[in-house]
Design a protein around this ligand. Structure first.
Ligand SMILES: NC(=O)c1ccc[n+]([C@@H]2O[C@H](COP(=O)([O-])OP(=O)(O)OC[C@H]3O[C@@H](n4cnc5c(N)ncnc54)[C@H](OP(=O)(O)O)[C@@H]3O)[C@@H](O)[C@H]2O)c1
Length: 264
C-alpha cells in the first residue's frame, strides 16, 4: 500500500504526519496479519519507506509485496551477480515484471518466459530474450542459465537441471496458485516440500534458512531502484475500493499483466 501518514505512535522515529510513504502492512509472516483494502491502515514503521518523488501512490502501492519477493529471491536465495544469465519463468506477472527489471539493474542478462500476449511488455521492461511458454519448453532448448527464478512454479527441478549451468541455481518462488488457475489440490506445496527436502544435498538449490529478511532494508532498496528509474511498476488495472470483489475476480482469472491496484 501507499499513502500519507495521518498520525504516528509514541515510539515512531522514522516518519512524521504528512510524509508520503509506501510499504507493507505486516513485518513478519504474511499469513499472520496484513491486508490493505482500506482507506486507513495501521502499520509498523519498519515495513515502510518514503515514497520517491515522481512516483504516483498507485505506482508505489504496486511495489512492496511483489518487490519484496522478487528482490529477496534474486539477492538472498539466488545470489545474483552482474553478467550472469538469469531466466525468469512467469516474467509478465506481478512478481515477474519487477524481477525482470531488478535482474537487469543487477547487471544480469535476462530471459523472460511468459505467454504470447505478454512477451512484448516483458521485452519493454528490459529482458534481452523472451520465450513463449505456449510454443516452446525452454528446458529443451539446450541453453543453460546461472539462475532460474520459477515464479509460475510449474517446472520440475529435474527438468530445470537441463537448463542450469553446473554452478547454477534454481529458486522456486510461487508457493501457490489461486482462483481459476489453482487446479492442483495442494497447489505448489508438494513441489515446494520436495525442493526443501533436496536442498541440503543438491548444490543447485539454495540453502533454505526460513529466516525472515529485513523488510526495512528491502523497502529502502526498492525505494532506491524506483528513485533511480531502474524500476517502473507495471499496472494492469485500477479499481475503486467499492469494486474489490470485481478486482479479485479479475486477479483470480490469473492473466493480469503486472499488478492491479485498489484506490480509495
Ligand atoms: N504477487 C505477490 O506479491 C506474491 C507474493 C508472494 C508470493 N507470490 C507467489 O508468486 C507466484 C506468482 O505470483 P504473481 O503475483 O506474480 O502471479 P501472476 O501475476 O499471476 O503471474 C504469474 C505469471 O506466470 C505466467 N504463467 C502461467 N503459466 C505459466 C507457465 N506454464 N510458464 C511460464 N509462465 C506462466 C502467467 O501468465 P498467463 O497466465 O497470462 O499466461 C503470469 O504472467 C504465486 O504462486 C504467488 O502465490 C506472489
Amino acid at each position: 500500500m501507499a499513502g500519507l501518514v495521518e498520525s504516528i505512535g509514541k515510539n515512531v522515529t522514522r516518519f512524521a504526519p504528512g510524509d508520503k510513504v509506501f510499504g507493507e502492512t505486516f513485518t513478519e509472516l504474511q499469513w499472520r496479519n496484513g491486508g490493505a483494502f482500506a482507506e486507513y491502515v495501521s502499520v509498523p514503521q519498519d515495513a515502510l519507506a518514503l515514497k520517491p518523488n515522481g512516483i504516483t501512490f498507485e505506482q508505489a502501492a504496486a511495489v512492496p509485496t511483489s518487490g519484496f519477493i522478487a528482490l529477496h529471491n534474486l539477492q538472498n536465495e539466488g545470489q545474483i551477480q552482474p553478467g550472469q544469465s538469469v531466466l525468469i519463468n512467469g516474467a509478465g506477472g506481478g512478481v515477474g515484471t519487477i524481477a525482470v527489471q531488478l535482474a537487469k539493474a543487477y547487471g544480469a542478462r535476462v530471459t523472460g518466459v511468459d505467454s504470447t500476449k505478454k512477451l512484448e511488455m516483458v521485452r519493454s521492461l528490459g529482458a534481452d530474450h523472451v520465450i513463449d511458454y505456449t510454443q516452446e519448453d525452454f528446458t529443451q532448448r539446450g541453453e543453460c542459465y546461472d539462475l532460474i527464478l520459477d515464479i509460475a512454479s510449474n517446472l520440475s527441478f529435474s527438468g530445470c537441471k537441463r537448463a542450469l549451468t553446473l554452478t547454477g541455481t534454481y529458486v522456486l518462488i510461487g508457493h501457490d496458485h489461486f482462483g481459476d488457475v489453482g487446479s492442483r489440490t495442494f497447489g505448489s506445496l508438494p513441489h515446494f516440500f520436495k525442493i526443501v527436502a533436496l536442498s541440503p544435498f543438491v548444490s543447485q538449490l539454495p540453502d533454505l534458512s526460513f529466516s525472515i529478511p529485513n523488510k526495512k532494508d528491502i523497502m529502502a532498496l526498492l525505494a532506491e531502484f524506483l528513485e533511480a528509474g531502474k524500476l517502473t511498476p507495471v499496472i494492469d488495472r485500477t479499481y475503486p475500493l467499492s469494486e474489490v470483489p470485481e478486482a479479485m475476480r479479475y486477479l483470480q482469472a490469473g492473466h493480469a499483466r503486472g499488478k492491479i491496484i485498489i484506490t480509495p
